[in-house]
Design a protein around this ligand. Structure first.
Ligand SMILES: O=C(O)CCC(=O)C(=O)O
Length: 257
């Protein structure tokens, strides 16, 4: 039987050290669990499913029809418009047999088309003060049910993903693990893997067994630093609310293979 390599833990570091030693950490190019960065976040106290169900009353939004990103990318490329507050209220309920929910995730809350829904939240969080050379950033909101999962992909920017509510499992692989990931390019700058990283089919993807990954389950108040081009995937272990920031710097190009 093929067995996956052991997963490595991810180093933890207080935000004060992350901010102080950022240039060195940046050069090291490894993920970190950043602690203490959310101690003052109003979001950590206030953001719950009920809070968002109330805040987003009246919002309708087109979403992927499945909260399994692998299924969306490779099987069922469909979106449908949902009433967001109904979706949020149903997050804790059982899924109907054999069905998946949509996913109110990857929501660009500064996008002018929807920003008015989120104006009152903008002082509820602040991400670490790093990357002074940044040429832009983007904050996104993710509210999903237990079992929501993203597929293995990478981003051409640095990311900090903050666990605001519930728990989320993150698996990461360094860029040099690319030969074992089977990533395919599905758009200009999006590379994703068809491998189900939680239940890999080693007959179809035998090299995935050699991939050396690291894993953490983020608890509320913890934040994960994902360096640019690190392969990563996530799964909600409970109803989960996350906010993340993508930081763009001039030195990052595109992933090219
Ligand atoms: O939460 C997820 O499902 C994916 C998060 C992610 O890809 C990111 O933070 O860059």
């Amino acid at each position: 039987m093929t067995v996956q390599r052991d997963l490595q833990p991810i180093e933890r570091m207080d935000v004060a050290l992350v901010e102080r030693y950022w240039p060195e950490l940046y050069k090291r190019n490894i993920p970190l669990v950043v602690t203490g960065a959310m101690d003052d976040w109003v979001a950590l106290r206030d953001w719950t499913p009920d809070f968002f169900a109330e805040l987003l009353t009246g919002m309708e939004h087109p979403l992927r029809a499945t909260d399994d990103e692998g299924e969306y990318a490779f099987v069922n490329h469909v979106k449908r418009t949902i009433i967001v507050s109904d979706y949020i209220r149903a997050l804790g309920s059982e899924r109907l047999q054999g069905t998946r929910r949509p996913f109110f995730g990857n929501i660009p809350i500064q996008d002018p088309d929807i920003a008015h829904w989120f104006t009152s939240l903008m002082n509820d969080f602040s991400f670490p003060d790093v990357a002074p050379e940044r040429i832009g950033d983007e904050v996104r909101l993710w509210i999903g049910a237990q079992g929501q999962k993203s597929t293995v992909h990478n981003d051409s920017n640095h990311g900090f993903n903050a666990q605001v509510y519930g728990r989320k499992r993150f698996r990461l692989w360094s860029p040099d693990q690319h030969p074992y990931i089977y990533a395919v390019r599905i758009s200009d700058d999006t590379w994703v893997s068809p491998v189900d990283w939680q239940q890999p089919n080693f007959e179809e993807y035998p090299k995935f067994a050699q991939a050396e990954g690291a894993e953490v389950i983020l608890e509320p108040g913890e934040m994960l630093y994902i360096p640019a081009f690190w392969w990563h995937a996530a799964r909600s272990e409970s109803v989960a609310i996350n906010a993340n920031i993508w930081i763009f710097t001039p030195d990052i190009g595109k992933w090219i293979q």
